[in-house]
Write a protein that binds this ligand. Sequence first.
Ligand code: GDP
Length: 427
Amino acid sequence: MVKAIVGANWGDEGKGKITDMLAQDSDIIIRFQGGANAGHTIINNYGKFALHTLPSGVFYGHTTSIIGNGVALNIPVLFNELKEIVSKGVPEPKILVSDRAQIVMPYHILFDQYEEERLGGKSFGSTKSGIAPFYSDKYAKIGFQVNELFMEEDALREKIDRVLTQKNVLLEHLYHKPLIDADELYNTLMEYKEMVAPYVCNVSLYLDKALKEGKNILLEGQLGTLKDPDHGIYPMVTSSSTLAAYGAIGAGLPPYAIEKVVTVCKAYSSAVGAGAFVSEIFGDEAQELRVRGGDGGEFGATTGRPRRMGWFDCVASKYGCRMQGTTDVAFTVVDVLGYLDEIPVCVGYEIDGEVTTEFPVTPLLEKAKPVLKTLPGWKCDIRGIRRYEDLPENCRKYIEFVEEQIGYPITMVSNGPGRDDIIYRTV
Ligand code: GDP
């Protein structure tokens, strides 16, 4: 059985916690897209960890963690993360890296920085991890797959020279920066080869066998629907698909193997980077939610930058769930809202004088004003509650209101950052 765990919103919905929790009953956890540009925060019996590349299943002895072919693989980041968790007492996890995964090159990171500098105030708010230049090269067919590290020296050097001819023109004439030396790059790639060699695997074949053996497989998404390059708030999106459907491609599985899509949806909104954010709030109201949010505040796991905050957005989340092909919603961070007397929720967008509940394309989204409905708060701490019926009535009403608006079943309610802070619900 294959389950995908993906985000309905802008990312940071708490996918890491849900993956860590569901990994308990899984054999294999796979990252299928994205790179080290976003992070998952996970709190468990070993401590608190910010993972950027490792799948969130690495804390269990019984799981195999896989970096799928769809990932932007930053080899040094992967190995530093691995070293860090092992140094904190986590047993050495079993890791496999797809032989078809492509490698984030040192120049991708440089180009990301140089481009943001060049764009100045008009930048995309990139995390400067090289992700956009990486995926551009992948689709321009000048990327390097892991298996290419193992090619004959001459062939690899020839490819490096070919790629650098183009890169160095840009460096010299567009960015006015130092050029890349081919020998140095070759040596770096040989270091990468040594690091990655023990883990390289024909992942699609491995998964084919695992499926036949009836193994439980989790696909772990990064970011959320609204950052998808096709269905998100283009161009303020990420560079790889954040949708469960892409899980089949980015891992190397048949599309029909994905039986469950657990879409993680946060009880309020937060976003990083630029782009329209209809239910956004500002000032003290935003700061209070930011500081109380998540576990230790809504600040980026990778960059530490303050996240933009907003009320729950039913329009964006309904769309977010629809595009994921949701079978189950995990509604997270509900505990954080316990301080509010009243909780506004965005139930519609007013665009050019008309109200809609369907998420529009970007130029219309930029004109949208939120239509808010205010629900009563529950004014107490709900952490530690394990049965749905034990939640305060207003909290249940909030959950059920959201469920009705988005149209997908909320089967899990997360009321704390820990593995056990979860309420299962049958609907
Ligand atoms: P991800 O990228 O979707 O995994 O999300 P992040 O890890 O960036 O952000 C989620 C944050 O919320 C993390 O700090 C989690 O520990 C925390 N978190 C997850 N679920 C809950 C919850 O139900 N309640 C609270 N208070 N924090 C949570």
